[in-house]
Design a protein around this ligand. Structure first.
Ligand code: DGL
Length: 267
């Protein structure tokens, strides 16, 4: 069942192309590793789906990676993490590193005492985020803001249009008006909207993206399990459950180099 190209690789997945913001950090931290990226774009956005659906997709994609022979998995999707990381860990003995909204680091840097969290509907409603807020929000105010529509913009690589600017402003401005000086990018699609978010929020507002921390944690887990690979430079392979032509176009734009995306039809 193992695919030769996947053996010893690291599997990284997201509901779509957003996890490329995490993959970028992983590639920079681990140049010698073979990386397999799955964009579950045929089922995005997760953030507007039920917990049952998100769990089912996380287990299905995770299982496909496990059966293909990867040595570790990174969930590059906050929504899948807060809903289903625990289930995936119960289903595999492989190391599973998962991104979650960077509320703790944001609380550490705010000076105004107001932190805004930009995330999907499912993430802002999740028990995990409620727990993070209870744990870290005793001295500061944390304002959760769902951003429906942003994922779709990034999936279409529509990063600079007037429509994008209007939809970004709709969710960022209220947080700034409430005094937030620190915004958590709590969905992996949102770093691709960073320029426009920063312009609307103002230069003095800190945007917190935990992608590099996730890559560091992955390095630590590989080292702890003596799983790290040496040279040569590792290839990066892309798969999608969505429309290959559309996803390839978007990935080429966001990844910044010519890529070939393969259809993943079995899941
Ligand atoms: N990129 C994902 C996240 O980090 C999910 C976006 C979605 O599919 O709603 O939450």
């Amino acid at each position: 069942m193992h695919k030769p190209d996947f053996v010893n690789a690291i599997g990284v997945f997201d509901s779509g192309v957003g996890g490329l913001s995490v993959l970028r950090a992983i590639r920079a931290a681990l140049p010698f590793e073979k990386l397999i990226y799955v964009a579950d774009s045929g089922h995005a956005p997760y953030g507007d789906q039920t917990e049952v659906y998100i769990t089912e997709r996380t287990l299905t994609v995770g299982q496909w990676l496990v059966e293909s022979g990867v040595k570790a998995i990174t969930i590059a999707c906050n929504t899948a993490t807060v809903v289903a990381a625990r289930s995936l860990r119960e289903h595999t003995a492989l190391p599973v590193v998962a991104i979650e909204p960077a509320i703790k680091p944001a609380v550490a840097v705010t000076r105004s005492g107001v932190v805004g969290v930009l995330a999907t509907r499912q993430t802002v409603q999740s028990e995990s985020v409620a727990r993070l807020c209870a744990l870290h929000g005793t001295q500061v105010r944390i304002v959760l803001q769902a951003c429906p529509g942003w994922v779709e913009l990034v999936e279409q690589a529509d990063l600079h249009s007037a429509q994008t600017e209007a939809l970004v402003r709709q969710y960022v401005q209220p947080l700034i008006d409430q005094g937030a000086d620190t915004l958590v990018l709590g969905c992996t699609h949102y770093p691709f909207l960073r320029d426009i978010i920063q312009r609307i929020a103002g230069e003095g507002v800190a945007l917190i993206d935990p992608a590099e921390a996730v890559a560091r944690e992955l390095v630590r887990r590989l080292d702890a399990n003596t799983l790290a690979s040496g040279s040569p430079l590792g290839p990066t392979s892309f798969f999608t459950t969505g429309d290959v032509v559309q996803v390839q176009r978007t990935i080429a734009q966001l990844w910044g180099e010519g890529v070939s995306v393969e259809a993943l039809t079995s899941v």
